[in-house]
Design a protein around this ligand. Structure first.
Ligand code: OOG
Ligand code: MG
Length: 256
């Protein structure tokens, strides 16, 4: 049995400082034997510090909903992280790359929550709590050296969340099997929304399940990022653009 006590507060401080000082840190797993419950506790503590600095919660994100991401990262379970207002970038807006350690960008589907969700209500039909969908991109910036982390590490690190940009909101619709294309400089990656658990709508159900277990509230107006449809590519100076068939384009400009 593992009896070593995990110092949640100091591990949260380590990750928070890594982000604030734009300096990577080794995998927590190198020195600490963290379970998944500890990992979500560290994430909570980390978010608590951001809120104490004046940020506010604006949504949630899922990770590892695609095989490409799972194999890119060598893990095999869906994870959830939190989005704050400080991570939001306007569609067509600019973002300073110096904010990040080693940013990557990935195509996402965003959903918008229309009504507060009571996770304790067993009758919640999550699809009826969502009213809009949009093309989106997420900037991930693991605080771990070389993006090397375990499943529990990445949960503790708020699932690498660092930034997000959302295109035009459209009325909720079926977004299964839509072609996805992400271009950053000379790099292009293509795929399909089918990579997101077979159909992005399944991400909503996976999220409800995990939010119940992890006591993560979801409120009207918040955003849900359903998880990347392709592997992430490095975010470099210049325009990054993502096109999702039938949903349109979303862009962001990285500034050196
Ligand atoms: C973890 C974040 C994963 C996604 O969409 O799968 C994620 C990482 O890859 O660093 O956001
Ligand atoms: Mg993502």
């Amino acid at each position: 049995m593992n009896t070593k006590t995990i110092d949640i507060a100091s591990l949260a401080t380590r990750l928070d400082e890594a982000q604030c000082t734009v300096t990577d840190t080794p995998s927590l797993a190198d020195t600490d034997d963290i379970g998944i419950d500890d990992a979500y506790r560290i994430q909570n503590e980390l978010i608590g510090r951001r809120l104490a600095r004046g940020e506010s919660l604006v949504g949630v994100k899922l990770g590892f909903t695609s095989r490409a991401k799972m194999s890119q990262m060598g893990v095999s379970e869906v994870i959830v992280g939190r989005l704050t207002d400080e991570m939001r970038i306007d569609d067509g807006g600019e973002v300073k790359l110096s904010r990040f350690i080693h940013p990557k960008i990935e195509p996402e589907i965003a959903y918008r929550i229309a009504r507060d969700i009571d996770p304790d209500d067993p009758m919640v039909d999550i699809e009826s709590y969502v009213d809009s969908v949009a093309p989106a991109m997420e900037i991930i910036d693991s605080r771990y050296r070389d993006f090397r982390f375990t499943y529990t590490d990445v949960v503790a690190d708020n699932t690498s969340a660092a930034g997000y940009v959302i295109g035009t909101w459209l009325k909720l619709q079926d977004v299964a099997n839509r072609a996805v294309r992400l271009e950053v400089g000379a790099e292009t990656v293509t795929g399909s929304t089918a990579a997101i658990l077979g159909n992005p709508v399944r991400a909503l159900h996976a999220l409800l399940d995990i939010s119940r277990r992890r006591k993560i509230p979801m409120r009207a107006g918040e955003v849900i990022l359903a998880g990347a449809a392709t592997a992430a590519i490095p975010l470099t100076a210049g325009t990054a653009q993502c096109d999702i068939a039938g949903l349109g384009r979303v862009t962001v400009k990285g500034i050196a």
